[in-house]
Write a protein that binds this ligand. Structure first.
Ligand code: FES
Length: 134
């Protein structure tokens, strides 16, 4: 089974509509965003494909004014909730790195995105062996 990067509950996501989370890999701290897309949880690495900066730099939030798109606060790129595709801004045509969302009952678990996938087989990124799954 793929490693778990982080987990929460459907109730917690429904209350917040978006949650930021962190995990360790290769000795570094990485962050992600879990959003409630009209009842469907979607997760992305919190890393803009333009300059590799977090979307929420300087503590700003990542929603657009109607809470329908994610926005990078550095240069204003906008991303689709359902796919992470950059819809406008300096990275148009690129996309956020989607993470796998695994739902079991009320629990939402976030797992790494596969680097490559062939049918039922997936090549996953290496994890930090010194960190424990949450
Ligand atoms: S770093 Fe995100 S738009 Fe430039």
């Amino acid at each position: 089974m793929d490693p778990i990067l982080w987990q929460t509950t459907r109730h917690e996501l429904a209350t917040a509509r978006a949650l930021r989370f962190e995990w360790q890999r290769d000795g570094r701290t990485h962050s992600g965003i879990l959003v409630d897309d009209n009842g469907t949880p979607r997760a992305f690495e919190n890393r803009c494909p333009h300059w590799d900066l977090p979307l929420d730099g300087n503590g700003a939030r990542w929603w657009d004014e109607r809470r329908e798109q994610l926005v990078c606060t550095a240069h204003g790129a906008r991303f689709a909730l359902e796919s992470g595709a950059c819809l406008s801004g300096p990275c148009e045509g690129a996309e956020l790195t989607a993470l796998l969302v695994d739902i079991a009952g009320d629990v939402i678990r976030i797992r790494p995105a596969p680097l490559l996938q062939f049918g039922g087989l997936a090549l996953l990124p290496p994890t930090d062996p010194s960190s424990d799954d949450p």
